[in-house]
Design a protein around this ligand. Sequence first.
Ligand code: FES
Length: 225
Amino acid sequence: MIDRRTIVKGALALPLLAAAGGLTASFLPFLKPTQGVLEIPKPDQNESKELQIGLLSDLKQPFDSISFEFLLETKEYTERGKQVTRVPGYVVRVPNGVVDKEITGAKVTSAADIKKGYLVVDHAGETFSLVAISRICAHLGCIFEYHTPDEVCKSFNYCGEAVKGKDGHSLFSCPCHLSVYNPVLVGEGNGVKLPGLVVSGPAPRPPFPFDFRVDGDKIVIKSYT
Ligand code: FES
């Protein structure tokens, strides 16, 4: 027979058991996975879409330029699945036969022919030599501009040959620590020859290039590497 003391003890324990049960139940959802198994991305991480930035006919003469913003999409090991980075860039028409002395094999022969940073193409009876580089400064990552010879000499501490006289031309120049890059001279980055030699300031290499192609009159950015 159950005595009165046992019944009272049991009655006192009931609220404690209920509280413990409630507490356990509130944590149970956290034990359940909230998302499915992540798909392992393929080795090729770059999923960017091509971007048409303008036409060859927009670049009427050497040192004309087009500025653009490329959306670089890369796989990411999260539920979101990808990361999108905005990479600003320039395409500049440069005089024929200058960059070619350093970067060979730049001639484009079909719409599928992709070149890194520099290409040469014949279109409508004209030859176009184009440089395609990012505007991210190779020093500490500021975004640089394309300035006239006068601006470069007055504001960027560089008054060298490239900005003098009738052959003086625009250069890329960075407002942060005054690095200046010349689009027609070739430097080296990651062991690869690239247009945009540093002619002044602390940048250690040319800006990184875009992979690009020409389809008829259209200039198309393929990717950023
Ligand atoms: S970030 Fe461009 S010169 Fe320093």
